[in-house]
Design a protein around this ligand. Structure first.
Ligand code: G6P
Length: 612
């Protein structure tokens, strides 16, 4: 996920582009770049690694760059690590074509080989450079104009793209093309704007066109013409944006957190698609061969915060399915524990940001000890991704809310993939079970959508209990891991004191805190433990607790004990965390909203903790 912008008018382009990019930084923030030109002058390109402000400083907020036409980009790395070299814009060998891109070109390797055979050279690892050079190649081969060359390239490119392209010999205009990646074109008096998302142009105009799939547009100064992939002109209807800029950035949601909660089915689907191919799990991208998987004797999972809770859920799944010992440690503890590690161990470090100081230190320690390491990371090219021996990327896209939701769910999906594949390779499950588990995994995104449809009930419940002072989450096995994450969400954003307890342990201390009206959430997704947890719920109920039950459809007898019940669709017990966590995330969210708190930026917390 990246953000692109473009401007063609009479003001200084770079300042407008930077301002537009600042509204798109949520789409990616590992590097950024601009290309501007005035008249027939050569195109000037400036790029910078890091957040957008680095590029702004480098260009004196754009004032140092002169030109009235330009394109810009903020990057979220997919192909090639974050670096100035890989940052957009990209250029053809003779600077004939300059472009920015959002999307993924799936057949870029094949196209690259073709271009290499035609003497093109490549300076970056990006798929975008390939697309730009392919357009240049067709332009030279057929001696045609921009629309024709772009159309020819589009027929060869597989994947998704929103492209904005400047051509050396066409100084008065630039061109855009789109397939399956968003792009909006805004028109004002004497000026045109393009962007990946409406907020980036709303300051300048509310008159927009949504360019269709596989269409191309020529962007003049306040004018736009559209063409289809056969290069025939097409007419599009101009639309007026009626909503305000701030709401638009959040896609109509009130906060980033609720937007990201809703993005979870997609995050899980994209992550699963990356390793499930033709009904089988393929871990080769992370470099985990069958021989290597067969040689592992112990797994240690190290992480912080919610990523640690993914490790706890993963521990149950791996141990049950693979039958090898799994230890889960907080990174801040692991690093000072002088941990006992053996040569045939695998240390898995889970981190959304890939920059958490304790997790990074734990990774380095494991490496120093000569143990093989696997990073499960969301941010491409982050420190943990670079330093781990093997990397597995979660495809959750940039996460803005401090309290993680969609990255957590994507990390869980990776844990399932590892567990099922390890079990198969090591002969713990047969072909039929393997196929069933994979098929079940693939149903999760749809089932997650069903859970989200039920959100109003949680909202109502949260509003009713917005004055809660203490809250307890109880469960056994995987349900205990779910409880820990549910409890963390609650305290992080709602500031309600909450604790997660192993349901059977409650009577050894915590139960003394239960009094009339204390809120207790009982998580019961595991069939074999259902009755046990239910009796623990009954124990707190007799002491006055108000009980929320969380279980699968069909377990209706829970209503004899719980005062309020939330049901999730049935799934394999191994994967229940993915569904059960959603109501708990929603509970934390709606309680925070009901209490009028800063949901996306809770007090005292940071998204990425790069200090000890
Ligand atoms: C912070 C965030 C948490 C996150 C934790 C670990 O505390 O607020 O949401 O789980 O860091 O972050 P990481 O980037 O390593 O997953």
């Amino acid at each position: 996920m990246c953000g692109i912008v473009g401007y063609n008018g009479s003001s200084n382009a770079a300042e407008i582009l930077l301002e537009g990019l600042s509204k798109l930084e949520y789409r990616g923030y590992d590097s950024a770049g601009l290309a501007v030109r005035s008249g027939t002058n050569d195109v000037v390109i400036v790029k910078a690694k890091g957040r957008l402000r680095v590029l702004a400083e480098k260009t004196n907020d754009g004032k140092a760059l002169k030109g009235t036409l330009g394109i810009g980009h903020t990057r979220w790395a997919t192909h090639g690590e974050p670096s100035e070299n890989n940052a957009h814009p990209h250029v053809s060998d003779d600077r004939n074509v300059v472009g920015v891109h959002n999307g993924i070109i799936e057949n870029y390797q094949e196209l690259k080989e073709k271009l290499l055979r035609h003497d093109y050279t490549f300076y970056s690892n990006t798929d975008t450079e390939v697309a730009i050079k392919l357009i240049d190649y067709y332009m030279k081969k057929y001696k045609e104009g921009p629309i024709d060359s772009i159309a020819r390239a589009m027929t060869r490119i597989k994947g998704s793209y929103a492209l904005a392209v400047i051509f050396k010999d066409y100084p008065e205009e630039f061109y855009v093309a789109r397939k399956d990646s968003p792009m909006v074109i805004g028109i004002a008096e004497g000026a045109s704007f393009i962007a990946s998302d409406v907020p980036a142009i709303l300051k300048h105009t509310r008159n927009v066109y949504y360019i269709g799939n596989q269409q191309i547009a020529r962007i003049g100064k306040g004018t736009v013409e559209f063409f289809d992939i056969d290069r025939e002109p097409v007419e599009l209807q101009m639309e007026e944006v009626t909503w305000d800029a701030e709401a638009a950035e959040k896609g109509g949601f009130e906060h980033f957190m609720i937007k990201e909660i809703h993005e979870q089915p997609k995050a899980v689907k994209d992550t699963l698609n990356a390793f499930i191919k033709d009904g089988r799990i393929d871990l080769s991208e992370a470099g985990l061969s069958d021989e290597y998987i067969a040689s592992i004797n112990n797994v240690t999972i190290v992480a912080c915060g919610s990523a640690y809770h993914v490790g706890l859920a993963g521990q149950y799944v791996i141990e049950k399915l693979v039958r090898i010992p799994v230890r889960v440690d907080l990174a801040s503890e692991f690093r000072y524990r002088d941990p006992i590690l053996n040569a045939d161990d695998l240390v898995i470090v889970i981190s959304q940001s890939g920059e958490t100081a304790d997790s990074l230190a734990a990774l380095r320690l494991a490496k120093e000890r000569g143990v093989s390491t696997l990073g499960i990371v969301n941010v491409v090219g982050s420190s943990i991704a670079r330093e781990a021996d093997h990397v597995f990327y979660t495809l959750a896209g940039p996460e803005i809310a401090v309290a993680t939701t969609k990255a957590y769910s994507a990390q869980l999906a990776v844990m399932y993939g590892l567990a099922v594949q390890f079990a198969k390779v090591r002969g713990q499950i047969d072909e039929e079970t393997y196929a069933q588990l994979i098929a079940e995994m693939e149903t999760l995104p749809k089932k997650m959508e069903r859970v989200l449809e039920d959100k109003e009930r949680i909202q109502w419940f949260a509003a009713k209990y917005s004055n809660a002072k203490d809250m307890f989450f109880i469960g056994r096995g995987i349900d205990y891991a779910i409880s820990m994450e549910g409890s963390l969400k609650m305290k992080e954003i709602s500031y309600v004191h909450s604790e997660a307890y192993a349901a059977g342990e409650l009577k050894h201390g915590t139960i003394s805190l239960v009094e009339d009206g204390t809120l207790v959430v009982g998580v019961c997704t595991q069939n074999s433990l259902y009755e046990k947890t239910r009796s623990n719920m009954a124990e707190v109920k007799t002491r006055g607790a108000y009980l929320m039950g969380l279980t699968s459809y069909g377990n209706y007898a829970i209503e004899d004990t719980a005062d309020f019940t939330v049901y999730i669709p049935r799934t394999s017990e191994y994967f229940a965390t993915t569904l059960a966590i959603i109501p708990l995330q929603l509970l934390g969210y709606y309680l925070s909203v009901a209490r009028g708190l800063n949901v996306d930026k809770p007090r005292n917390l940071a998204k990425s903790v790069t200090v000890e």
